[in-house]
Design a binder for this molecule. Structure first.
Ligand code: S3P
Length: 167
């Protein structure tokens, strides 16, 4: 049987997809799933190790499969890694699903994630790489989103409520 997630959360790393996603799942009385966690469980190693030892392309291939599986299997709240929308097939798949883009501005992003080495894409940066990352991806998040919820200056509870208001 094919199911559809109640809501899929997309947006940049550090925007709060997992915190908000868990709150939302509680409020909706449904399950929470996260494709990053699926990949870590499947490979039994942290994402940073996969990036460093196998390369970004290998990670993206795993991510594409993880998203495909989760979208087909999960009925609750699903959070995707920040780069999942880079893949055109993934974006096409998301066209059939309610997708909320959690947005934040660059200064907020730098403040929240800083030099977090567990996030390989930011290991060397931060502000300039954040700006480039967001310039490259913002339109992709907007392309897949059925709604956009700004997170700047809001608590996770407030963001979760704002998502509930639009799904
Ligand atoms: C990535 C975001 C991360 C993780 C990986 C790559 C990205 O997920 O998938 O480090 O390309 O933006 P989160 O958005 O959950 O941090």
């Amino acid at each position: 049987m094919t199911v559809t997630p109640r809501v899929v959360l997309v947006g940049p790393m550090g925007v709060g997809k997992s915190t908000v996603g868990r709150l939302l799942a509680d409020r909706l009385g449904t399950g929470y799933r996260d494709t990053d966690e699926d990949i870590v469980a499947e490979r039994d190693r942290p994402i940073s190790d996969i990036f460093v030892e196998e390369g970004e392309a290998a990670f993206r291939a795993l991510e594409k499969q993880a998203v495909r599986r989760a979208v087909a299997e999960h009925e609750g709240v699903l959070a995707l890694g920040g780069g999942a929308v880079l893949d055109a097939d993934t974006r096409a798949l998301l066209a059939a699903v309610p997708v909320v883009y959690l947005s934040m501005d660059v200064e907020e992003a730098v403040k929240r994630t800083g030099l977090n080495v567990a996030r390989p894409l930011l290991a060397v940066n931060p502000r300039k790489q954040w700006r480039e990352l967001m310039e490259a991806r913002r339109h992709l998040y907007e392309e897949v989103a059925t709604a956009v919820v700004a997170t700047d200056g809001r608590t996770p509870e407030e963001v979760a409520q704002a998502v509930l208001d639009v799904v």
